[in-house]
Design a protein around this ligand. Structure first.
Ligand SMILES: [Fe+2]
Ligand SMILES: [Fe+2]
Length: 278
């Protein structure tokens, strides 16, 4: 594991040259408000960015979404996936791209984190749509899952060549979870750092709070926190991408989280089956 230097309190504006929020992202976030956005507007924004368009099409055609027909255009993707989901994807892709630029030698690790984040997004969405049945809320749940580990992306960017080894190191049951190593080295963990950036970028309050609380067991009374924890654990166990540890410590809390979400054993088994198929 990395040499533990004197922990310093992480200050987002001092340590990190915060990439200014890309204009396209501000516009896309504005379309999150269903009243102000339209599918046509979203399509035009995405089409303005060829790299973003290509990645959305690739995702729409990936194993995450098993559509029979090939998704060839952005408007087709919006029709099939829904406007809110495409909006969330555009936000996630844009953020990961902004931070990955220049991450020499660590792009593969960030890609693993991206796969993990997409997986958690899909799983939280599934858990939430079973629970609430409100489609708009399920799309917000997807965004929460997609961005829960935002702080790790910031750490890759802030400490090039240094955070990667901490992230990639194999951790056994006797080792700490990744948050412990982050605290040891940077004074705070990715949950705190993620919330700082989310606030700075003017993300919805609920999303910023969720990012902060997603490992805090005293917050599991908030259903979205519990749902993200559950999806995170499931993605870790099934090795959908990688987020820096395999959740060996959090396994013990699973029964408590399931009961907070009123998920029965049968429902949990079906969820695991869904996740392994996805
Ligand atoms: Fe996390
Ligand atoms: Fe995670």
């Amino acid at each position: 594991m990395c040499a533990s230097s004197q922990p310093v309190s992480f200050q987002i504006d001092k340590e990190l040259e915060i990439p200014s929020i890309p204009l396209v992202l501000i516009k896309i976030i504005q379309t999150l408000d269903a009243d102000s956005g339209s599918a046509k507007q979203l399509e035009e924004l995405i089409l303005h960015d060829p790299a973003l368009s290509a990645r959305i099409l690739r995702l729409a055609n990936s194993a995450f979404y098993s559509f029979r027909a090939r998704v060839k255009t952005i408007s087709h993707a919006i029709t099939l996936l829904g406007m809110n989901l495409v909006t969330s994807l555009a936000i996630g892709i844009n953020i990961f791209d902004t931070f990955t630029k220049g991450a020499k030698g660590e792009a593969a690790l960030i890609n693993q984190l991206w796969t993990h984040s997409c997986g958690v997004g899909v799983l939280v969405r599934k858990i939430w749509s079973q629970k609430s049945g409100v489609p708009k809320e399920a799309e917000f749940a997807f965004l929460c899952g997609l961005l829960h580990d935002l702080g790790k992306v910031v750490l890759f960017k802030t400490y090039p060549g240094k955070y990667g080894p901490i992230f990639a190191a194999e951790k056994t049951e006797t080792d700490m979870a990744i948050s412990g190593y982050e605290e040891e080295n940077y004074g705070v963990d990715h949950a705190v750092i993620g919330e700082m950036l989310a606030k700075q970028w003017g993300f919805p309050k609920e999303l910023a709070g969720l990012i902060r609380k997603h490992h805090d067991l005293s917050e599991t009374d908030t259903p979205m926190v519990a749902a993200v924890m559950l999806a995170d654990q499931l993605a870790k166990e099934l090795k959908i991408g990688y987020d820096g540890d395999h959740g060996l410590h959090s396994q013990a809390y699973l029964p408590e989280i399931l009961s907070k979400l009123s998920i029965s054993e049968g429902e949990w088994d079906r969820l695991k089956e869904f996740a392994s198929q996805e």
